[in-house]
Ligand binder design. Structure first.
Ligand code: PLP
Length: 371
């Protein structure tokens, strides 16, 4: 008997999500002392100090279950976002709510549509729910930003079995951004039975000018789901808090399938505190802009192509396989992210770090690429 054959068919075809290499693992592997991790789009400024203060204060209450309804965090979010608490679904990271959408709206015989080079959790969630993923080719550069979502191609993939579409804006690992009118036309063109997920994990970083804040359209599209996270700009990746905002009926369905205590007590309290820490958020966004410009300048200087990014990371093109360069950078104590599994074998993704971290990254890259 093959144990693998016991798994649900969708799970058999999956490969595990590849996270950024943890610092401790690299320390063990090469005995390195100074390691710069620019692999997981974490906040180089750390966590919001207000959030950390709260965590320290409530740590002693860890024997208690968290508030399974997330009352206080939902109230704070509702006030900040101008929605009702009943429209919010909290998750153990926004990955958890992406998975909830798949479990609630997908099933064998149905499918989800997403783009080539889109975030890796979409296929995992889709296939685990027993559904099929339909991948639309990304822009080739002729009608939209190269590697970005081609919404027309996505629409063409929609068929009678489609129940969910996933749109990442900006997308990871490409950093590409969709404009307001193109995203709105896409949502308008979708049949009503389809749940459109707009994943705004990097919303805080995206430039304000033409950014389509999808929350504005919740009234117009009753099956729209907008997901956001405290992992990126708020610096709370390790505490795992994300959320979805949707119409009340969709949110209710998602909440039915949610595990009762899916967000831990430290995460709930830290997220609520971080939400009020506008000073930290502003400093983060400012530092990110400066970091992106530093990265761009460095790549220009070295004549390396990169995909212009609206996030806190940037994927650059080595013109040859990225995996060996990734390995060589590890030996230099610098962790970036290979993106071959995203269909970008010649690219590597580097997260925006502090100025010092970026300089260390480029110095290591120069050593690695030296003829
Ligand atoms: C990082 C990321 C997420 C969310 O991560 P969580 O830590 O689970 O909140 C979601 N979508 C995209 C596109 C991301 O890059």
């Amino acid at each position: 008997m093959s144990i693998a054959s016991l798994a649900a068919p969708g799970v058999r075809g999956l490969t595990p999500y590849q996270p950024g290499k943890p610092i401790g693992e690299l320390e063990r592997q090469f005995g390195l002392e100074r390691i710069v991790k620019l692999a997981s789009n974490e906040n180089p400024l750390g966590a919001s100090p207000k959030a950390l203060e709260v965590v320290r204060r409530i740590l002693g209450g860890s024997h208690r279950y968290p508030d399974g309804s997330g009352f206080e965090l939902k109230a704070a979010l509702a006030e900040k976002l101008g929605v009702e608490p009943a429209q919010i679904v909290l998750g153990n990271g926004s990955n958890d709510v992406l998975d909830l959408v798949a479990r609630v709206f997908l099933a064998p015989g149905l499918n989800a549509v997403y783009s080539e080079h889109a975030f890796a959790v979409y296929p995992i969630a889709t296939q685990t729910a027993g559904a099929a993923g339909k991948v639309a080719p990304a822009h080739d550069g002729s009608r939209g930003p190269r590697f970005g979502h081609d919404l027309e191609a996505m629409l063409e993939r929609v068929d009678a079995g489609t129940r969910v579409v996933f749109v990442a804006n900006p997308n990871n690992p490409t950093g590409t951004l969709l404009g307001r009118s193109e995203l709105h036309s896409f949502l308008s063109a979708l049949p009503e039975r389809i749940v459109a997920v707009v994943d705004e994990a990097y919303f805080e970083y995206a430039p304000a000018s033409d950014y389509p804040n999808a929350l504005d359209w919740l009234g117009e599209f009753p099956t729209l789901v907008v997901t956001r996270t405290f992992s990126k700009a708020y610096g709370l990746a390790g505490l795992r808090v994300g959320y979805a905002v949707a119409g009340v009926e969709v949110a209710d369905l998602l909440n039915r399938a949610r595990q009762p205590f899916n967000v831990n007590a430290l995460g709930l309290a830290a997220a609520a505190a971080a939400l009020e820490d506008t000073e930290f958020l502003e400093a983060t966004v400012r530092a990110n802009g400066a970091g992106l410009r530093r990265l761009e300048a460095g790549f220009h200087e070295r004549s390396l192509d990169f995909i212009p990014s609206a996030g806190n990371f940037l994927s650059f093109d080595l013109g040859r396989p990225g995996a060996p360069v990734f390995d060589a950078l590890l030996r230099e104590g610098v962790i970036v992210r290979p993106v071959g599994n995203y269909g970008l074998p010649n690219h590597l993704r580097v997260s925006v770090g502090t100025a010092e971290e970026i300089d260390i990254f480029f110095a290591a890259l120069d050593r690695v690429l030296a003829p």
